[in-house]
Design a protein around this ligand. Sequence first.
Ligand code: BTN
Length: 244
Amino acid sequence: MNPLLANKILIKRLRSANSTNDAAINILKNQENIDWIIADEQLNGRGRRGNIWTSPLGGLYASVVISDDKIEYSHLSQLSILSSVVAAKTIEEIIGKNLIRSKWPNDIFLAEKKLCGILIESVFIENKFYVIVGFGINVKFTNEQNQAKFSYLQEISDKVSVEKCFNKLILNFNKIINIWDYGKSFTRFKNYWLMLTQDHGRIIKVRIKNILIEGVFENIDDHGNLILRVGGKKEIINTGEIFS
Ligand code: BTN
């Protein structure tokens, strides 16, 4: 059976974890199986580019392990866009449509403030390739996060709960990854993602390592990479961060 279609989902729930991505990797290293791991709080939540992801009670911190022999390193950029679509659909089911914006590579913004971040990591354990997708969604208000930079689902929907959000995330992940079918249906998800972004055709700044590159957001290619026009040249960017 295609592991992506397996209907028994193994979920581990923790009161507290350093990072659910790290916890998932440790479980795999111990040769145990895991699909999802969720923690009420993270003590050492990690963001992209070595950033800290402040993770107090009230947020959603969950990681899913993709352990499928047909998934390859070359799928990572598509999985990045796809995961962002999973998060966007989940959030739209909770707070409604036309409120959120996607920002490359995989952030979700609400009212110009970050609502969701995703950290994708891959590991080889015993010669097997795994992809870990960690979702951080701000669900309830918390004073521990910078209010000027972050937004929360609770701003729009006061009945929102982490559990409800997590259940929808799991369903959307399974549904979308199966439709994606190892890239066969990537275009429809790419188009959905592009519809949610405000950056398409605009001048943006992308930080790669410590270098800032400014250019026009031309498109997302069929691998999930950003096509940035810098001067007369097209740059294909598969990692980095949009600044403004
Ligand atoms: C970012 O925008 O920089 C990515 C943030 C990703 C945060 C999530 S929370 C669950 C998982 N565990 C982590 O340590 N990070 C990711």
